[in-house]
Ligand binder design. Structure first.
Ligand code: G1P
Length: 297
């Protein structure tokens, strides 16, 4: 089985839900305290062994390139001020063995189209896709690492899934499971993008982590605009699944939807409660409002 060395990050979205904050700044750089949202997904990919990061960008996204590039002036300034630790931290955001490539998505034609824009950079090999809006936290391993493991085991494209409330199925790609392979893995028969509650084949939602066999590109080339008049990644996955070439893995941790204001605030609070030294003081502050730490920490 070929190793999975490349990951695609579709980051061309406009981030209209966070205006005016995202008028001049990419939504992917909104901070979770002091680390931008996109950096969590990048660190997850690197932890999972990815060596090439392919960002599919659009207008107004130059700051993402700058974030993952060296900033020698800042490094020198930090060294001069004796801030060695901060210098090392910004210098090593991406280790030197990892390469960053930037591909433009000229028009917002959908998530499937964004992934297709990375075709040449990926080439004929399996690859991961990470949607930065979905911020994942799990105690051991990573969702991307788990999908790579599933791909290596089965040779099939792999999705990260979890149950959602019936009232929420219209926000996600919903899996039609063919059969359960274990308590936490399914053979997938199909995927429906944002169905109504009545049309949903299950309550298993696909979250923003994927591993694909390269054949998904041939399917995406032929995929017509679907839900929202966009070329949907879910529609290409549906074709792969009908061929029996998709498995789904249950997410082992927590997922925050940072594309949504409430999800973003929850991710910030969660990260703050877990970080030293602000976690315990934030805990005390929240208790003043009657909050119990066990509910969120
Ligand atoms: C995208 C995908 C959808 C998936 C979701 C996960 O939708 O199209 O299939 O369930 O991400 O977050 P979006 O949230 O970009 O509308």
């Amino acid at each position: 089985m070929p190793a999975i060395r490349k990951a695609v990050f579709p980051v061309a979205g406009l981030g209209t839900r966070f205006l005016p904050a995202t008028k001049a700044m990419p939504k992917e750089l909104l901070p979770i305290i002091d680390k931008p949202i996109i950096q969590y997904a990048v660190e997850e990919a690197i932890d999972a062994g990815i060596e090439t990061l392919i960002f599919v960008t659009g207008r107004n996204k130059r700051a993402i390139e700058d974030h993952f590039d060296a900033n020698l002036e800042l490094e020198w300034a930090l060294l001069e001020k004796g801030k060695q630790e901060a210098r090392d931290m910004i210098r090593n955001i991406v280790p030197s063995r990892v390469e960053c490539l930037f591909v433009r998505q000229p028009e917002q034609l959908g998530l499937g189209h964004a992934v297709l824009c990375a075709r040449r950079a990926v080439g004929d090999e399996p690859f991961a896709v990470l949607l930065a809006d979905d911020l994942m936290h799990q105690d051991s391993g990573t969702p991307t690492g788990d999908l790579i493991e599933a791909y290596s085991r089965t040779g099939k494209s792999a999705l990260c899934v979890a149950e959602v409330a019936a009232s929420e199925v219209n926000k996600y790609g919903i899996v039609s499971p063919r059969s359960a392979l274990s308590d936490n893995t399914w053979d997938v028969a199909g995927l429906v993008e944002k169905p109504t509650q009545e049309a949903a084949p299950s309550q298993l939602a696909s979250f923003g982590r994927y591993v694909f066999a390269p054949e998904v590109f041939d399917i995406l080339e032929k995929t017509q605009p679907g839900a929202g008049n966009e070329i949907q990644l879910a529609d290409a996955i549906d074709v792969l699944a009908a061929r029996g070439d998709v498995v789904a893995n249950r997410l082992k941790g927590i997922r925050y939807d940072c594309g949504d204001k409430l999800g973003y605030v929850k991710a910030v609070v969660h990260a703050a409660l877990r970080s030293d030294p602000i976690g315990s003081e934030l805990d005390m502050f929240l208790r003043e409002f009657g909050y119990q730490r066990s509910e969120a920490a």
